[in-house]
Ligand binder design. Structure first.
Ligand SMILES: [Zn+2]
Length: 402
């Protein structure tokens, strides 16, 4: 028992030191000891092990604080690589990402309506391409997928567009590639990405990211950790009914938030109510092209399109005011293609939040567009792999290279 506790403390200290090095561009052993409260000897021993693992490097000498100039340490950002997938768009994207969240290689394949096994095959093709790029060692695979996800088990419970139901995605990928796999909902991944790699977020802080793209969802970070909810569905606001006599949603219900405030919802409304406002060059026009045309019509002041887009902002604002009332989180970011509607749309969202919230709560609430653009899901899915650090140590990594 005693031994187990000692081992536990050792592991805890090692992660604490590594986290401190992650959080600084460069840092000396003495500063690590000050920041963590560990003794110099403990820090020196742990750093020696991290240097041996090649996770950390010595990068030069810092300024002397009176005595000998200290040696500065830095994370060896290219000592491990993460594979990441974003399955939320009309093309699947994958990337090789280093420990500082830099994207080093990408692979994309259009989905073109594929679902079920065929969609899964696209996932394999992208991963095969990324692995061929030759970055080693690989820590694991992070996946951001649309739909309801049981993250602890790595199972996609339901992703309507991809026709996946109870798909054990993590174990399928783990078996095929021999790497640890983490699967999470795309909006939750976007929140992890913005929180980990965006600027100005407090450690242990709170954040809500509304991911408004083809579908719509939110990711909630509480005290620096992703809040999944009891069934993994925290933030599934896209299927909350906001219009009782509204349009049919892909979930089978009518008038979900998604039908009025997502890209798909807006495109559908424009096609129904203002078909003349976008030149439909062909009926099979992709979401991206339709959205571009609608953004242009909105910017040019087309009254019908303006009405539809203003409605989308109003419903988005209503949904956010619900979150503000429940959580009182003061930092809210919107990511995804709906942000292409720009400042006027964002301002309309803010106004709707003000109108529908308790004013004392809303004065300190800040609603902005996310900082990472289309990379938030990729970065968030990879961030999950390093969030507990333990996967970075060699004995935890795949023993046989691929
Ligand atoms: Zn729905």
């Amino acid at each position: 028992m005693k031994k187990a506790t000692r081992q536990h403390t050792k592991e805890h200290n090692r992660i604490l030191v590594l986290k401190t090095i992650f959080d600084h561009p460069s840092i000396s052993r003495a500063e690590i000891a000050r920041t963590t409260g560990l003794t110099r000897t403990t820090v020196t021993d742990i750093v020696a092990a991290l240097l041996d693992e090649e996770l950390v490097t010595e990068i030069g000498v810092g300024e002397s604080q009176g005595g000998k100039s200290p040696i500065l340490l830095s994370l060896a950002e290219n000592s491990r690589f993460l594979l990441s997938l974003d399955l939320s768009h009309s093309e699947f994207r994958g990337a090789v990402i280093n420990l500082r969240g830099e994207i080093l290689a990408t692979a994309c394949l259009p989905v073109e309506g594929r679902s079920g096994e065929e969609a899964l095959d696209l996932v394999y093709q992208i991963l095969d391409q990324l692995i061929e790029a030759g970055f080693r060692p690989l820590v694991g695979i992070g996946v951001g997928t649309p739909g309801l996800v049981n993250s602890p088990e790595g199972v996609v419970i339901q992703a309507v567009n991809l026709d996946w139901e109870n798909l054990p995605l993590a174990s399928l990928l783990q078996e095929r590639y021999g790497l640890p796999v983490r699967v999470l909902n795309d909006s939750q991944a976007a929140a992890m990405g913005e929180y980990t790699y965006g600027h100005g977020h407090l450690a242990e802080g709170n954040l809500v990211v509304i991911n408004a793209r083809h579908g719509l969802g939110a990711g909630i970070i509480l005290n620096g950790r992703l809040f999944p909810g009891d069934g993994g569905g925290a933030g599934e606001i896209g299927h909350v009914v906001v219009q009782e006599a509204g349009s049919l949603c892909r979930c089978g219900n009518y008038g979900c938030l998604e039908t009025v405030a997502s890209v798909q919802g807006v495109i559908q409304k424009v096609k129904e109510l203002a078909p003349g406002s976008i030149r439909s060059r062909d009926s099979g026009m992709q979401d991206e092209a339709s959205l571009d045309a609608i953004v242009q019509a909105y910017t040019a002041g087309d009254p019908q399109v303006k009405q539809i887009v203003s409605d989308s902002a109003r419903y988005m604002g209503l949904a956010i005011s619900g979150l503000v009332g429940v959580l009182n989180i003061q930092k809210i970011l919107i990511s995804g293609d709906m942000t292409h509607f720009g400042d006027a749309w964002l301002q309309a969202v803010r106004e709707a939040v003000s109108q529908h919230s308790f004013s004392r709560l809303v004065t300190e609430t800040h609603i902005d567009v996310g900082q990472l653009g289309k990379d938030s899901i990729l970065l968030g899915a990879s961030a999950v792999l390093i969030s507990h650090y333990s996967l970075l140590f060699r004995r935890e990594m795949a023993s046989e290279p691929l």
